[in-house]
Design a protein around this ligand. Structure first.
Ligand code: GTP
Ligand code: MG
Length: 137
């Protein structure tokens, strides 16, 4: 697949890192197909991360993802899902490789600066969750 979906999470927006992260994304060869500055309601955040609803951190995750604005974007590149997860690094910044977005900007396993889709199937679902077809170019 050649698309993935990302969010710059509330912690990274609060810290003033939107520009730095978009710079890393574009330097990594990803083309922006769609992008918006928005805020998730707790209901929307819960729906987006429904796959984690049985996990002990679900409540904390929903509260975090809805506490402030995010940047949502659809990105295009060959091998987008895998290459984007390489660019952002491990979920836990303590385990993230040097040069990755999370190494640079994440502060904890929960507040980890960015989201990246985990499969081609989920990339399409997530892109369509946030954007109409007419908003993707
Ligand atoms: P996403 O790209 O956001 O989906 O992250 P991921 O695929 O690297 O991790 P995963 O899908 O397993 O978890 C989703 C999100 O839940 C993570 O990015 C974190 O924000 C949060 N999360 C995961 N594990 C923990 C945890 O142990 N504690 C807390 N507080 N949050 C967690
Ligand atoms: Mg995930």
């Amino acid at each position: 697949g050649n698309i993935t979906f990302t969010m710059i999470k509330p912690d990274a927006v609060e810290a003033g890192n939107i520009g730095n992260i978009l710079q890393m994304i574009q330097a990594g060869g990803f083309r922006i197909k769609a992008m918006k500055y928005t805020k998730l309601s707790p209901e929307k955040a819960g729906e987006f991360y429904a796959v984690h609803s049985e996990r002990p951190f679900y409540g904390e995750l929903v509260e975090f993802m809805s506490r402030g604005p995010i940047v949502a974007a659809v990105l295009e590149k060959d091998n987008a899902v895998e290459d984007f997860r390489t660019l952002i690094g491990a979920t836990n910044p303590a385990e993230a490789a040097e040069g990755t977005v999370r190494k640079a900007y994440a502060t904890s396993i929960g507040e980890n600066a960015v989201h990246g889709s985990d499969s081609d199937e989920n990339a399409l679902i997530e892109a369509n969750f946030h954007f109409a077809g007419t908003e993707m170019f």
